[in-house]
Design a protein around this ligand. Structure first.
Ligand SMILES: [Zn+2]
Length: 236
């Protein structure tokens, strides 16, 4: 049995500019190849991901890095423009994300796991979940009209795989190379691998895909959990 994303519109909602590369870029590449539409929404600017050699205008640098990566993939890029470390689940933030949902009209949202280790990821998770309900609520007004059907939601793996019990695996072995090339766009973060207090991201990503692949009988895979709740649950 093989999932097919041909008729799907998949939106990844992430906290930071390199999260999609680490957690779901292979799946997005596969969706695109199968004929689906893809987009990435990055809620924070990445303004505080500094290495031991600080960059003056880090937010601008990270914007360029994520734009390059999204272009490589051929994904539409949305940004929330919130500051790192200040992302919370509030009405203003929900309205912004709701409007992004309504503009892209996703059938599936890939979101951070609610119990992720990073506070920004947890806030992004809560926002993505809330927006998945309110995007189809007529009482919630934003510029674009409400969606007719709320999207399904899949939780993404955590970067170090801790506390995440996969529910569904996507074989993205044929798309590992593009995921790797996208991650290479993030020079500001890859350089932090030498700092000692930050993981070498390229290696972490490779090990994760290999491990999730080994668990599911594929050369490389990305892991997700299906968020089965009212109106977001689907029969696959
Ligand atoms: Zn992150």
């Amino acid at each position: 049995m093989k999932l097919n994303f041909k008729a799907e519109r998949v939106l990844a909602v992430t906290a930071h500019p390199d999260d999609a590369e680490l957690l779901c870029a292979g799946t997005l590449a596969r969706v695109k190849e199968e004929g689906g539409a893809i987009a990435i929404c990055v809620l924070c600017q990445g303004d505080k991901g500094q290495s031991s050699t600080p960059v003056k205008n880090l937010a601008a640098m990270r914007r360029a890095e994520m734009t390059n990566a999204a272009q490589l993939l051929g994904a539409k890029l949305f940004t929330g423009e919130f500051f790192d470390g200040e992302l919370t689940d509030g009405p203003k933030q929900r309205a912004k994300l709701m409007e992004i949902y309504r503009q892209f009209n996703p059938t599936l949202v890939l979101a951070h796991y609610p119990n992720d280790y990073h506070p920004d990821h947890r806030a992004a998770s809560a926002l993505a979940e809330a927006a998945s309900w309110f995007c189809a609520s007529r009482g919630q007004k934003t510029k674009t009209k409400p969606m007719t059907v709320p999207p399904a939601v899949w939780w993404m793996d955590t970067v170090n795989m801790s506390g995440f019990d996969p529910g569904i695996y996507v074989n993205m072995a044929e798309h590992f190379a593009i995921k790797q090339r996208m991650l290479l766009c993030h020079h500001s973060q890859l350089s932090r691998g030498q700092d000692g207090d930050f993981s070498p991201l390229g290696e972490l990503m490779r090990l994760q895909c290999t491990a999730r692949g080994a668990q599911s009988g594929a050369p490389a895979a990305e892991a997700f959990r299906v968020h089965n709740v009212f109106k977001r649950a689907r029969a696959w």
